[in-house]
Design a binder for this molecule. Structure first.
Ligand SMILES: [Zn+2]
Length: 641
């Protein structure tokens, strides 16, 4: 696997037509960039690049030597001639360092052209590499901010990519003889997910979250204190999805000297930056000290390398990473690690949903190889009611509340459940099962929704087609965006309605603000639609607490009486329930020899562990008879090879 630069150079020079005029060959993170004088020569011969990529087992990008790129004004003219008007170009921006031209278009398919023909034409005729991004009808502020940031700091970024590339392709010192994982967080508990993977050669972290329900650093953060955590030796950080219990502590690494890459999908990047900024805002407003600041979040962005699903990428001399759809939230991924030349394969599911939802397709279940499976067990001991039942319950409680003149507060995680519930309500109103009442959406959820419409190809087929046909269900008129705190009071005093607000577990944010105003009136309802972590206010109310001490306006503690109707609807979860976890194991190919359980409260993880210990279950699921099953505790290490 250690493909040396020497071998790569020779292969490229032996295969590329001389007329292309190769000037430089560089690592750019996990990719190889070939700088040429005359890209037109190669662009017409797509098989040449394909063969090189296959031989050196790398993704290859062709860039034009800066001296041979056309003038920008001329380039814009040429682009406008090549890309059809109907694609509706919104903006064209240049990245001088990478030699890329970023084209924001409404119809990316038309802009890219059949088989990427327009992109090739632009490169051949102008020397600029076209990067075509979707400009959604509703602009996402965060996506714009991210693109600008990356353009602004492109020189820093190119240097970072080259350094990372060299590090990935360093010569192997040790021949692999062991693979070990350490449970740093999120084992026998939900929150602060973190797994360290070590070989003699490399160290990789999978997820690095925070537990929002805990106050003490020893329980809120992963146990980075255990063995003089080797920040400088770390090769890569992998982030499976944008929830804070998987990402929340990643920026801290940059505060303590980490200079390496963070791998995630593109939507995970956008959502993560948004969630981290929001988290810092909430912590500061509550007068607490955050573990890191905006600066570290920015640095994390500059060190993020985005990958697509099913794309194999070298992340260390002896580790290859591939992401697969996890069906949990937009951009969520299962991580497949191929270690050594066929030495060992790990699949880490992250949070996953093994069933279709209105928003997303079902998680992947086919892998090239897998010996060790690390899987979540949030609902390892519980089955969830069918979705239709959950939807009917939600519609029923909304209808009942509205008819008695009340308002429905639905606390939602901004990412995932928020959009799913919006789709359920939109569907019910369209089918006239629900009257057309106003549904108030707080700012953060709206911004997250805009990010969803940026990636229609990653959503469920129905939603994707609707967005492509200009019938974006999230843009329905009854969804009303709330701006500013003052508006909340008017909403609470106004007509019957539904209010969707963060945070999903009432740990802070507008949902708590609304709760304070709505709780005393028994005509109102509070509806939980997602998992409530132990220790959160949401969990306390769900478990029956009806008198909640709250800090009032003058700093005095006041008791908030929960008089409104409290309902908890199961079945909307973005996690697989017990049956779905079993279905996943029945269908996964190939079958793992070892299963390690994480991301579940002890009762759930233990229940699933016991299930897997049963011979009958194993044979029913087609799992090996001598399957090894582990449910490690935090700080425990496990040798896999
Ligand atoms: Zn999650």
């Amino acid at each position: 696997m250690s493909t040396t630069l020497e071998f790569i150079r020779t292969t490229i020079l032996n295969n590329i037509p001389l007329e292309a005029g190769v000037t430089r060959i560089e690592f750019e993170g996990p990719e190889i960039a070939i700088y040429v004088k005359n890209p037109a020569v190669i662009v017409e011969k797509t098989d040449v690049i394909r063969n090189i990529a296959k031989t050196i087992k790398k993704r290859v990008v062709i860039r034009t030597d800066p001296a041979f790129r056309k003038d920008k004004r001329e380039t814009i003219e040429i682009i406008k001639n090549i890309i059809p008007k109907e694609a509706n170009i919104k903006e064209i921006k240049f990245d001088d360092i990478l030699g890329e031209v970023v084209i924001l278009a409404e119809k990316t398919g038309l802009a890219i052209g059949k088989g990427g023909v327009n992109r090739r034409k632009i490169l051949a005729e102008t020397g600029w590499r076209a990067v075509i991004e979707r400009a959604p009808p509703r602009e996402s502020k965060i996506v714009k901010q991210i693109l600008n940031q990356l353009l602004l700091e492109n020189e820093y970024r190119l240097n970072f990519l080259r350094r990372t590339g060299e590090r990935i392709h360093r010569t192997l010192v040790f021949k692999d003889s062991y693979v070990r994982i350490t449970a740093l967080g999120g084992f026998m508990e939900v929150g602060r997910s973190a797994i360290l993977v070590e070989t003699p050669e490399s160290k990789v972290i999978m997820d690095l979250g925070i537990n929002l329900g805990a106050n003490n650093p020893l329980t809120a953060y992963p146990r980075l204190d255990i063995h003089d955590f080797p920040i400088e030796e770390l090769d890569a950080v992998i982030v499976t999805h944008a929830h804070l219990d998987h990402t929340g502590l990643v920026p801290l690494l940059f505060k303590y000297g980490y200079e390496g890459p963070v791998y995630m999908t593109k939507p995970t990047r956008d959502l993560t930056i948004l969630m981290l900024q929001d988290y810092l805002g909430v912590v500061q407003r509550e007068g607490r000290t955050p573990p890191y600041g905006e600066r570290e979040v920015r640095k994390m962005l500059l060190h993020t390398i985005t990958l697509k699903y099913n794309e194999v990428t070298d992340i260390a001399p002896d580790i290859r990473l591939t992401f697969y759809n996890a069906g949990h939230i937009l951009g969520s991924a299962m991580a497949h690690l191929h270690i050594g030349e066929g030495l060992h394969n790990i699949v880490y599911t992250g949070d996953f949903k093994y069933a279709r939802t209105r928003l997303l397709e079902r998680a992947n279940d086919k892998f090239p190889r897998v010996e060790t499976l690390i899987m979540e067990t949030t609902y390892g001991g519980q089955d969830q009611p069918p979705r239709e039942e959950a939807e009917a319950q939600l519609i029923e409680v909304i209808t009942r509340t509205i008819s008695r003149g009340g308002k429905v507060l639905i606390p939602v995680l901004s990412v995932g459940r928020g959009q799913e519930i919006m789709l359920v309500i939109a569907n019910a109103i369209r089918k006239k099962i629900l009257p057309e009442i106003p549904v108030y959406i707080e700012g953060l959820i709206d911004e997250v929704t805009a990010i969803h419409t940026q990636y229609p190809e990653l959503l469920s087929r129905e939603v994707m087609m609707a967005i492509y046909n200009d019938q974006d269900p999230f843009s329905a008129e009854f969804f009303k965006r709330v701006e500013g705190r003052e508006a909340r009071k008017d909403i609470v005093e106004g007509e019957p309605c539904v209010i969707m607000a963060t945070s999903g577990m009432l740990t802070g944010g507008p949902a708590v603000d609304y709760l304070k105003m709505l709780a005393p009136d028994p005509r109102n309802s509070l509806v939980f639609v997602s998992y409530q972590v132990e220790g959160t206010l949401g969990r306390k109310i769900k478990d029956g607490a009806r008198e909640i001490p709250m800090v009032g306006e003058n700093g005095r503690i006041e008791i908030l009486k929960i008089n409104l109707e409290v309902r908890s609807i199961e079945g909307f979860s973005g996690h697989s329930d017990r049956g779905q976890l079993m279905d996943f194991l029945r269908n996964i190919e190939p079958k793992p020899r070892r299963i390690i359980l994480n991301h579940g409260e002890p009762s759930n993880t233990r229940a699933f562990y016991n299930k897997l210990m049963s011979k009958r279950t194993r044979s029913r699921l087609g799992l090996p008879e001598d399957l090894e099953v582990y449910a490690p505790r935090i700080m425990e290490s496990l040798r896999l090879v």
